[in-house]
Unconditional design. Sequence first.
Length: 293
Amino acid sequence: MSLACTLDRPACDITPEGQDYETVCRVIECMTLDYRQQPSLEDLARQLNQSPTQLQKVFTRWAGLSPKAFLQAVTLDHAKRLLGREGLPLLETAMELGLSGPGRLHDLFVSHEAMSPGEWKARGEGLILRYGYHPSPFGQALAMVTERGLAGLAFCDAGEEQACFEDMARRWPRASLIEDPQASAPFMQRIFDPSQWQAEQKLNVVLIGSDFQIRVWQQLLTIPMGRAVTYSEIANRIGQPQASRAVGAAVGRNPISFVVPCHRALGKNGALTGYHWGLTRKRAMLGWEAGRI
């Protein structure tokens, strides 16, 4: 494979640690400019006169993800631009990205966005979300459900219902949103009743997010009631020890509050950091749970 970027010229300043930083900068530059060529690790290593194993190790240590994962992120970013702003069909998008066909594009989206490229492009089009406001131990709750399960749970104070709804609705801009408290009521009856928190009485949830977000949310589900962990602990658990801030951002984007217990995630040194629905509500949730263990 012929790569258009020039890897034998200085791209970054050399740090006191030696040539590693320069190498990483050159590889990033090459993948950013030549993503259409979809250069493999072997292609990049050959251009740099390094072994693939050594290049993988150096890049992963410095960038926090592998060269393949970085290239996938770059490719996905361009795919969203082509499908969204430019409105290209799936086949043309795949070809423009240097992928062998729509199948590769589909795999890329499913791996990183937990949805197909068609579903991403639709932005909820064809999806029916039923919602309702209900009282909860933590103020008014907005529950959003689909035929597959609970898709959203948010909280608000009196007079903030519309802002809360708009915040949640932005996640599915083309979905059909139908106010139907009767559809969401059965979910609400279960969520705050600990007697129904049984393995044989599973509550189906629908989580839509990036691959990184899904991994963070899955880790939140493993935190026992009455316990809390820091963002850095979660980052370590998902194999991204340098991604504490990204973990915090993913926690803040959790669409199913309380059920996916983002309130059990703490900042550095166990500090109660910002909570999307207010720190007072976060403290109340932790206290509510502590009284039931």
